[in-house]
Design a protein around this ligand. Structure first.
Ligand code: PLP
Length: 559
């Protein structure tokens, strides 16, 4: 076994070229959402479009034949990667989501009926929940759900009762995208077989970390996406047992999936083409094979390094008393989900973002899991072997600072903002613009927004009602309005998240004490632009801001 060199590995990714490990420039801790792409994959995509671009399976010219050959060769690479018995069992899809929808539609809708059961687990991504829910609604089948152990894996002690003669298919993740724990899929598959149920394994989070052998697993379907394993977006694979795929009807209809079409009748193509209607993502599939080659050149030492990083991060997070992991025990792969006592997830995530650290916050497309674990969401940090201990150290230091409000309490600008007296300060759009005009960079602006959040007077519980809720905000936010005798409006608002509170102060500064005409005429886009916020707010946060403005404008129109 060689010694894995994380810095050499990191250099394969142009994304990191300008960013030194541990600097505040850019620390990418969201590889579970999508990994960065190595140069070889990017080059492969470029080469295809620059020099080899032609459609596959159609042209009688050399260019098309070459594209077809590369495309089919990529399928062979994927077949070997997952040890599928036949090339006909490797279906290209857009990704995990499409692969599951394919099975749910083509197999589920045609084979399930009232009295049948679909067995899922609480740890499923929405991609492995919603398609089955719809199939159940349409066919009359019911959904049962496997519980989890305290350590976050599927509880196999419940297998015997939950997998029974009514169970027709068991669908579960190989590794949860929230908990990062490896599920005992072999046991689950073996139990499903005892009752003649099919099995679908969602390998989206496993594919970059574990050897996948569908023959050893003996599952019926295995699905995954390229972009979570250094490949491009918009490509994925459905492995399916040939006998089942042959018996299933096509998922989409059109070119490529046919053998013969007459005015009245169509005969379908053989596998795998029967399930590949339309022009596939040729460049993406070829580049996915390149990503697999890339990954395979590193031996076991890569996994050893990953494990060291996981342990290092887990131990470091454990030193922070406010950190609450969603489940007990260290995760199996580098996915850490936690909350921070006394802080809103969004505030922590946006605070880290202001230091150039990218982590996720929210429900991670796993709302049933959040409900099961009795949390509204979590912060998720996910690692890949291009991450380093230095980055983790920087993250831990930053998180500690955010938690202790070090940044806020030592910042002098709050005093300037308040003109030495917080109560006497008039918060209006001119003052806010003046305040932001001297700020450089997102971290300074973010800090200022957090400072402003303190100026929002808390709403009484009765004012935080369903009626006052602003829909469309990332975190809960409420708005109240009253009209003065001068026909101007006074808005008060509140939110669970500090960042939203700060943004509310900025928005209300523009609208408070104004008439309906002034409110409707105010150019909020221009205001945000001048404040330097537009380029830094994530789409969901921008949507939240727009939702607040929309609510204000619609309220004054109604009154
Ligand atoms: N399943 C799991 C476990 C995932 O983590 C994800 C994506 O995060 C998906 C399914 C959906 O993958 P995609 O969006 O690539 O289709």
């Amino acid at each position: 076994m060689n010694v894995f060199d994380p810095f050499a590995f990191r250099q394969c990714f142009p994304f990191f070229n300008d960013n030194e490990a541990g600097s505040a420039a850019s620390i990418y801790f969201d590889s579970a959402a999508t990994t960065q792409k190595p140069q070889v994959v990017i080059d492969c995509l470029n080469n295809f479009y620059q020099q080899q671009n032609a459609n596959v399976h159609r042209g009688s010219y050399q260019l098309s034949a070459a594209a077809t050959s590369q495309f089919e060769q990529a399928r062979v690479v994927l077949q070997a990667f997952i040890n599928a018995p036949s090339i006909q069992e490797v279906i290209w899809t857009k990704g995990t989501t499409e692969a599951i929808n394919l099975v749910a539609t083509s197999w589920g809708l045609n084979n399930l009926k009232k009295g049948d059961e679909i067995l899922l687990s609480y740890a499923e991504h929405h991609a492995n929940f919603v398609p089955w829910q719809v199939v159940a609604q349409k066919t009359g089948a019911t959904i049962s759900v496997l519980p989890l152990t305290r350590t976050g894996i599927i509880d196999t002690s419940k297998l015997n009762s939950l997998v029974n003669e009514r169970t027709r298919i068991v669908c579960c993740s190989h590794v949860s995208n929230v908990i990062g724990k490896l599920n005992p899929i072999e046991k689950i598959i073996a139990r499903a077989k005892q009752v003649g149920a099919l099995t679908l394994i969602d390998g989206a989070q496993a594919i970059a970390h574990y050897a996948i052998d569908v023959q050893a697993f003996d599952c019926d379907f295995y699905v995954f996406s390229a972009h979570k394993a250094y490949g491009p977006m918009g490509v994925g694979v459905l492995y399916g047992r040939k006998s089942l795929l042959n018996a299933m009807s096509p998922y989409q209809l059109g070119g490529e999936m046919i053998k013969k079409v007459s005015l009245t009748e169509t005969t379908y193509n053989d596998l795998p083409f029967k399930f590949e209607a339309g022009t596939p993502n040729v460049a993406g599939c070829i580049a996915f094979a390149k990503a697999i080659y890339f990954l395979k050149q590193f031996d076991e030492s890569l996994n050893v390094y990953e494990q060291q990083l996981v342990q290092y991060c887990y131990q470091a997070l454990k030193t922070i008393p406010q950190v609450r992991f969603l489940v007990e025990e260290c995760p199996d792969i580098g996915i850490f989900s936690f909350t921070v006592a006394g802080h809103h997830n969004q505030d922590i995530a946006s605070g880290l973002d202001s230091f150039g650290i990218a982590v996720r916050n929210g429900h991670h497309c796993a709302m049933p899991l959040m409900e099961y674990l009795k949390v509204t969401g979590s912060i998720r940090l996910s690692l890949a072997p291009y991450n380093t201990q230095a980055e983790i150290d920087f993250f831990i230091d930053t998180l500690k600072k955010i938690i202790t409000n070090y940044q806020l309490s030592t910042d002098k600008r709050v005093l300037i903002t308040a003109s030495g007296n917080e109560k006497s300060m008039t918060i209006n759009s001119d003052n806010i613009l003046a305040l932001f005009s001297s700020l450089k960079g997102w971290d300074a602006r973010h800090r200022q927004i957090m400072l402003l959040s303190k100026k929002l007077t808390k709403l009484a519980p009765e004012q935080r009602s369903q009626k006052n809720l602003i829909t469309g905000c990332e975190s809960k936010a409420w708005l109240n309005v009253s009209k003065t005798v001068e026909n101007t409006y006074i808005f008060t608002a509140d939110s669970e998240a500090k960042i939203i509170k700060g943004l509310l102060v900025i928005v209300l500064a523009a609208f408070n004490d104004k008439t309906a005409e002034q409110i409707l005429a105010f150019n909020i886009e221009d205001y945000f632009k001048k404040l330097g916020l537009l380029s830094h707010l994530s789409p969901s946060r921008s949507n939240g801001l727009n939702a607040i403005v929309k609510k204000i404008k619609s309220t004054v129109k109604e009154l």
